[in-house]
Design a protein around this ligand. Structure first.
Ligand SMILES: [Zn+2]
Length: 117
């Protein structure tokens, strides 16, 4: 279950950032996880809440945006939606496809709460 190790690295990155900002806690984390990133969003959410226990991100809400996959044909240059790695060009049936989006995985932003008085 590699979502767990991903969740742990997200929590670490978020906590580091939150400490730099002097946050009391993290209330939200926005992630970008492409459809072709090989990460199961529901599983990641579950792992995140487990990994965040006892950290500043314990109560953070995880929001996941999932961009669709797009491929570009290496033969005819056509771009088209891709759901799998082994895509075929709908124009010329070539298998020389370059994935141009959908593999993204990044933390877009985090929402922190400052220390109260
Ligand atoms: Zn093509």
């Amino acid at each position: 279950m590699h979502e767990m190790s991903i969740a742990i690295s997200i929590v670490e990155a978020v906590e580091t950032k939150a400490r730099e900002e002097g946050a009391a806690r993290v209330s939200g984390v926005d992630l970008l996880v492409g459809k072709l990133a090989g990460i199961e969003p529901e599983s990641l959410k579950f792992c995140f809440s487990a990994a965040a226990k006892g950290t500043l991100a314990e109560e953070a809400l995880l929001a996941i945006e999932e961009p669709e996959g797009t491929g570009e044909c290496g033969e005819c240059g056509m771009t088209f939606p891709v759901n799998f790695y082994y895509a075929e060009c709908p124009g010329c049936r070539s298998l020389r496809i370059k994935i141009i989006s959908g593999e993204e995985f990044l933390i877009q932003s985090i929402t922190i709460e400052e220390e109260g008085e």
